[in-house]
Design a protein around this ligand. Structure first.
Ligand code: BDR
Ligand code: CA
Length: 316
């Protein structure tokens, strides 16, 4: 099995990712770290605990982490995830409670005690990961790699060029990319593709399992392009696609590419990916060392991933 720690801002599609990760026999969820992003930290923690109930998950430790980005204020995304963070889904309060230590301490102790290197899966602004890497730099020896949903080699969503998770805390993303840990970027180039069609998602609303009905509600959550804008069906499995990539990497076309996070001006939060076929003249201009390297997901077999997602949850 693949030992993982999830870092989430649950969040409609973080919920789908947690349900998938807990259900997949090859994934061992050691713990879940929460961060403010799609909703406030309190909502994110509560939503995460409730989704673990729906999943019928064992006692997985959940910790509360950063309340806001390293530098900026927190900015919510209720036009995408609803006021409570889970769209129109209403779940009963959980008997579970968060552990009484911070995300950074939870991640550190899970990594330290794991006999095998652990994959960190970041589905949210990367504030907690950046704090962990700064506070415990030696722990990178215990991290297999960091798989993050975030960024884009093309279009943005929070701005024309920046994806929400990276835009929400650009300095944190820059720290993660610069950490020396191998990174895998599951960005909007693939995130925006993997969707379940409306008829199939709507049919799940009357599924005979709680997981099925919950997935139906999450997938049919209507989103708008911005506060006040009209809503539409998307059916995206979103963050869950990054978790699918752990168990079926062959469903993606990826390339190792130079990447950097823009920190200034309108481009703040953009992940700039160098798609040139040759290194160009950067070195001549003294710009060679402004790049990090990451494995970038550029394309995806949508049918294969939606089948994996629904099949794992017993919904195909
Ligand atoms: C990302 O931001 C959040 O809205 C989603 O949960 C996903 O992690 C997409 O930009
Ligand atoms: Ca998320």
């Amino acid at each position: 099995t693949i030992p993982v720690i999830l870092d989430v801002d649950t969040g409609v599609d973080d919920a789908l990712a947690i349900l998938f990760a807990v259900a997949h026999p090859e994934i061992d969820v050691l713990g879940i770290s929460c961060v403010a992003g799609n909703a406030s930290l309190e909502r994110v923690v509560e939503n995460t605990l409730r989704i673990l109930d729906v999943a019928g998950a064992p006692d997985i430790p959940v910790a509360a982490g950063a309340r806001r980005p390293l530098i900026e204020r927190a900015r919510d995304a209720s036009h995408v995830h609803g006021e409570g963070g889970l769209g129109t889904l209403r779940l009963p309060p959980s008997e579970r409670t968060a552990v009484p230590i911070s995300s950074v301490e939870l991640m550190h102790s899970l990594l330290r005690d794991s006999p095998h290197p652990v994959t960190l899966v970041a589905l949210a602004p990367q504030t907690n990961l950046a704090l962990l890497l700064r506070q415990y730099p030696d722990i990178i020896n215990k991290i297999e790699r960091i798989v993050f949903m975030g960024g884009s080699a093309s279009v943005g969503n929070a701005t024309a060029v920046a994806e929400f998770n990276v835009w929400h805390d650009p300095e944190a993303a820059a720290i993660v990319l610069d950490s020396g840990v191998p990174t895998f970027m599951y960005g909007l180039d693939v995130f925006n593709q993997v969707a379940v069609d409306e008829a199939a998602a709507s049919a799940l609303l009357s599924h005979d399992t709680l997981v099925g009905r919950t997935v139906g509600s999450l997938l049919t959550n209507r989103i708008s392009a911005g506060a006040g804008a009209e809503t539409h069906y998307s059916g995206l499995i979103g963050d869950a696609g990054a978790v699918c990539a752990l168990v079926d990497p062959g469903a993606l076309r990826t390339e190792l590419r130079p990447v950097r996070v823009e920190l200034a001006g309108y481009g703040r939060g953009q992940t700039l990916v160098d798609m040139r076929s040759h290194p160009g003249e950067d070195a001549m201009h003294g710009l060679a060392d402004v790049w990090e390297t990451a494995e970038i997901a550029l394309d995806v077999d949508v049918e294969r991933v939606t089948k994996l997602f629904l099949g794992t949850l017993g919904l195909a």
